[in-house]
Design a protein around this ligand. Sequence first.
Ligand code: BTN
Length: 250
Amino acid sequence: MEQLSDQRRMIRLEETDSTNRYLKQLVREEHPEEGSLVIADYQTGGRGQIGNSWRSARGENLLFSLVIYPRQLPANESFILSRITSLALKNMLDQFAIDIRIKWPNDIYWKDKKIAGILIENDIQGKEIDNSVIGIGINVNQQIFPLDLPNPVSLCQITGTLHDREYLLDLFLREFFLLYRDLQDDQKTAIEDEYMLDLYRVNDFYWFEDQNGRFKAKIEAVLSSGHLVLRTLDSNEERIYAFKEVSFVD
Ligand code: BTN
């Protein structure tokens, strides 16, 4: 992480509503250095994708947000930030468990269960991204989850042992900033290729569901916009979906 400034802020909170919200406000008010972090033991209003909440037991997991100021990244290519964040999480978790995959667009799965989630909030200026607040929740040591969560799992449940959250955070940051440097060095294709290889349910036909019903298809590509390209089994037709227009059928 040699390119990171010593001036970056690291804010540790026992409790906040949402580390993303907290950091976004700090970015607006103080423009902290790239790589600045807010980490909390507990969130009273943890936010997930598409208006969902992110619930996490107090003191057991990793809940943090990180700010970056990507240079000249067009707003319509912001999905590359989801790719590097999910790859960094996968690379970090691979050091403890096998079968970690990225479920399109950016959920982190172990087998068929979700171990981590990402919420990226970009601030666009003109056609480019001015700052990006990358929020991450990783289930680390939690062993009992609310019954209404669909399919959670923690690293502790996978490995059978408790994990040091600080150490995991360090490993994540290392992986993230390696990939971020690749991005700044214009290695987008390599990042896209790696993301493709690490996708959940890639390379075979699986059941999906869209507004017209269920169908079997194979993942063909993920576009730079983040859209998912599927090839249907029955009609050999290409279908392109935005997030939430299609879901995986279990
Ligand atoms: C999802 O899978 O729905 C995304 C979950 C993202 C949760 C993290 S926890 C830290 C950060 N602060 C938030 O309010 N949300 C993200």
